[in-house]
Design a protein around this ligand. Structure first.
Ligand SMILES: Cc1cc2nc3c(=O)[nH]c(=O)nc-3n(C[C@H](O)[C@H](O)[C@H](O)COP(=O)(O)O)c2cc1C
Ligand SMILES: C=C(O[C@@H]1CC(C(=O)O)=C[C@@H](OP(=O)(O)O)[C@H]1O)C(=O)O
Length: 375
């Protein structure tokens, strides 16, 4: 089974991951991982940290001349900001007043270290840098098999819901190359972020990710935990700040007769007439694009003072501000793409159990040519 474990603190020396269960025989490159890491660092509304970092990984194991061998792959991503933190004392960085909405207070309930900094270090979405690197590795394998992942920010602060799409060319590439219809609403996006920043406030929004080319029959209804939609929902919800997840469009107002995607045989091939199901029925992929939506809540570090408590004195006080993004929906969408890439590859490998590229290609060819077992 494809799996990984990652480690590392936000301001520690490095983030690391060990990815185990990749099939042998796939060419993967550090440069393609760097492309995803660069995309994740961009986006209007990012704070000061991204000006410090220039995320890059080193692959320390699992490849022979750039080809996977089936051995565990180790990724190392260094934090540049560590240089600014390594000589700080515990007093310099100590935090006693929790931010509502972040993991400060809940982490202290659980780990009781007496310093909220320890919660902050590991709950931070800095971790999404290494998760993106893991996904970017998987994404290269998916692309080799004809599967592509894309995403876009659909709305910010509840605006543009269901009516228009936002598109940041610097992040998503050229509009003509995008497989999805897009409208450039970049100016409105920037105006909203600027005004939130001026007010000392933050914003959330909806993100949409799509996977094209998923083979039919990935996932299963035979057991609840093998359902593909359930696995994708778990993965999306595990991203810091994601609070709602949907498969298929969450803004539907359709009846059953309008919603369910008609089935037709055309030139000997099964076709679907629409894709409201978002590519998954009965926990199994149906060959249509997989559509995953996720809502990211507003960033918890707001400059506007919120009610909080000084945990060392027990006194009611105002929340303290910590350097932060105003919104992270753009990087969040890149994280979602790469998290989706990992999760889909995991489900594909679980379905076909290949140990190498040839076995996987043969299984996919067989699955993609079947039109049901009736003919
Ligand atoms: C890419 C990305 C960047 C984020 N940047 C910040 C930030 O700068 N400041 C902050 O307070 N939260 C930020 N968050 C959100 C918090 O990490 C998240 O709200 C927090 O860990 C609590 O987890 P929860 O919201 O899932 O409950 C970011 C999330 C992502 C995905
Ligand atoms: C470091 C990243 O995001 C961070 C996520 C984050 C948080 O609290 O989640 C807080 C900020 O970190 P810092 O306190 O160092 O400014 C963000 O910059 C990143 O995306 O690489």
């Amino acid at each position: 089974m494809l799996r990984f474990l990652d480690a590392g603190e936000s301001h520690g020396p490095a983030l690391t991951a060990i990815v185990e269960g990749l099939p042998a025989g796939f060419a993967v490159s550090e440069e393609k991982i760097h492309e995803e890491l660069r995309r994740r660092q961009k986006g209007y509304g990012r704070g000061g940290r991204m000006a410090i970092e220039e995320d890059r990984v080193e692959i320390l194991s699992g490849l022979a001349k750039g080809i996977t061998t089936g051995a565990p792959v180790t990724l190392l991503l260094r934090n540049r900001d560590y240089e600014n933190w390594k000589n700080l004392t515990e007093e310099d960085t100590a935090v006693q007043v929790p931010r509502p909405g972040h993991g400060d207070l809940t982490g202290e309930f659980k780990y009781a270290t007496g310093n909220l900094r320890n919660s902050i270090e590991r709950s931070s979405a800095r971790e999404t840098a290494i998760r993106t690197a893991v996904g970017a590795l998987c994404r290269q394998i998916l692309e080799e098999l004809g599967m592509t992942v894309r995403s876009k920010v659909h709305s910010l602060y509840g605006l543009f819901d269901g009516e228009a799409d936002l598109f940041d060319e610097t992040v998503y590439g050229k509009i003509e190359e995008s497989p999805m219809r897009v409208l450039s609403r970049e100016e409105e996006f920037k105006t909203l972020v600027d005004s939130a920043k001026r007010e000392g406030d933050t914003l959330g929004g909806w993100i949409r990710a799509s996977l094209r080319g998923c083979p039919r029959g990935v996932g299963s209804f035979m057991a609840y935990d093998r359902r593909l939609d359930a696995q994708l929902a778990f993965a999306a919800m595990s991203i810091q700040g994601i609070k709602e997840v949907a498969v298929g469009n969450p803004f539907h107002r359709l009846t059953g007769a309008q919603y369910h995607d008609g089935i037709r045989m055309e030139e000997g091939k099964l076709k679907r007439l629409s894709n409201h199901a978002g590519g998954i029925e009965g926990g199994i992929s149906n060959g249509e694009d997989i559509e995953l939506w996720a809502y990211m809540k507003p960033i918890p570090s707001v400059k506007i003072k919120l009610p909080s408590v000084n945990l060392s004195t027990g006194e009611n006080t105002d929340s303290r501000y910590e350097r932060s993004d105003v919104t992270a929906v753009v990087p969040g969408s890149i994280v979602l793409e790469n998290v989706l890439a990992f999760e889909i590859l995991k489900a594909v490998l679980l379905t076909f159990s290949p140990d190498n590229k040839k076995e996987l290609e043969a299984a996919l060819n067989y699955r993609n040519t079947r039109q049901g077992d009736f003919r």
